[in-house]
Design a protein around this ligand. Structure first.
Ligand SMILES: NC(=O)c1ccc[n+]([C@@H]2O[C@H](COP(=O)([O-])OP(=O)(O)OC[C@H]3O[C@@H](n4cnc5c(N)ncnc54)[C@H](O)[C@@H]3O)[C@@H](O)[C@H]2O)c1
Length: 304
């Protein structure tokens, strides 16, 4: 897609992180935006931010895990904007838990948001997208849709599936006006870690493997401190949003966000059995590099 000017975009998960900055960057270049999220209060703040731009906006309180709410969202968006050119399936959560300790309800919740939400949104909006002269569907997977770590089985199950679903659909849409993109972010400094539930086992020391394998000083932190550290040390979400939009404009099927994502993808090609062991070497320089990428894009506040 060459230009976003005068198009209509639907962005899920627009109350925080990459979704919020996607909405703002789209608005800055003249794209009309329908923002949705389950968090009404924070979504309202995104809406206020968008109000300074001369575009049509709409705000939708939606639990993306509920297909009936997606039906309602679709009706509201079509009534307000009459057409949709871009859908960003961005909303997502994680739960930190070893598989054996994970309550089935937590498993289902992550799958219903991160996978079923993406599929149901796609099903609902696909006919509208296909009816446009040029259109884009942008599904957010993760670098964790390509490599796997312990203690994140449900997140991987969903994100690997989003990638498979998206790449297959992309082939089905070859030759049409619709480009289908899969986004693979690395470490982006957002609220996703602080919002994540942590499930410990039968004893308090039985922490999820994802945390057990962290350096000692991080293991000793409270989950709030770890969430804060995650947010403060990743690439700024405004930069991530810019990379995603550039990828859409360049028709990239796979959009990697961050050097860590690109390097981690390479390690699984060259070391399919042992890629995790290579990460301390490659991720340390990225951690240092992120110090320069922690700042928002020029002209944007670090927190909206
Ligand atoms: N931050 C990272 O390092 C990272 C890395 C790889 C992939 N991702 C993916 O990027 C996407 C955006 O995440 P983020 O990092 O900006 O996180 P974030 O927590 O800052 O934002 C996610 C948004 O999704 C919303 N949301 C959650 N459940 C919802 C539901 N049921 N219905 C509607 N909205 C819901 C939240 O309220 C929040 O506003 C997610 O799909 C995430 O899995 C993030």
């Amino acid at each position: 897609m060459k230009s976003f000017d005068n198009k209509v975009a639907v962005v899920t998960g627009a109350a925080s992180g990459m979704g919020r900055y996607l909405a703002v960057l789209l608005a800055r270049v003249g794209c009309n935006v329908a923002i949705c999220d389950i968090n009404g209060e924070e979504l309202g703040k995104t809406a206020t931010m968008l109000s300074q731009y001369n575009i049509a906006t709409s705000t939708h309180l939606v639990d993306i895990a509920d297909p009936l709410q997606i039906d309602r969202l679709h009706e509201e968006v079509m009534a307000r904007h009459q057409a949709v050119d871009l859908v960003f399936n961005n909303a997502g959560i994680t739960v930190m838990s070893d598989f054996e300790n994970m309550p089935p309800a937590d498993w289902d919740r992550v799958m219903n948001i991160n996978l079923a939400g993406v599929v149901n949104m796609t099903r609902k909006f696909l006919p509208d997208l296909k009816s446009r002269p040029e259109a884009a569907l942008i599904n957010t997977s993760s670098i964790f849709g390509m490599v796997a770590v312990p203690g994140q089985s449900v997140y991987h199950a969903a994100k690997f599936a989003v990638r498979g679903f998206t790449e297959s659909l992309a082939r089905e849409m070859d030759g049409t006006n619709l480009r289908v993109h899969c986004v693979h972010p690395g470490h982006i400094g957002t609220n996703i870690a602080s919002s994540a539930k942590e499930v410990v086992g039968s004893t308090a020391s039985d922490m999820p493997a994802f945390i057990r394998e962290m350096p000692v000083f991080m293991r000793k932190m409270s989950s709030e401190e770890r969430g804060k550290m995650f947010k403060e040390n990743g690439m700024h979400p405004s930069r991530a949003a810019k990379i995603i939009l550039d990828g859409v404009q360049r028709s990239r099927a796979r959009i990697f966000v961050g050097l860590d994502a690109k390097l981690m993808e390479l390690t699984q090609r060259f070391f399919p059995q042992s890629y995790m062991r290579t990460w301390p070497f490659i991720l340390l320089p990225v951690f240092v590099l992120n110090k320069f990428l922690k700042k928002p894009l020029p002209g944007l506040p670090s927190e909206l």
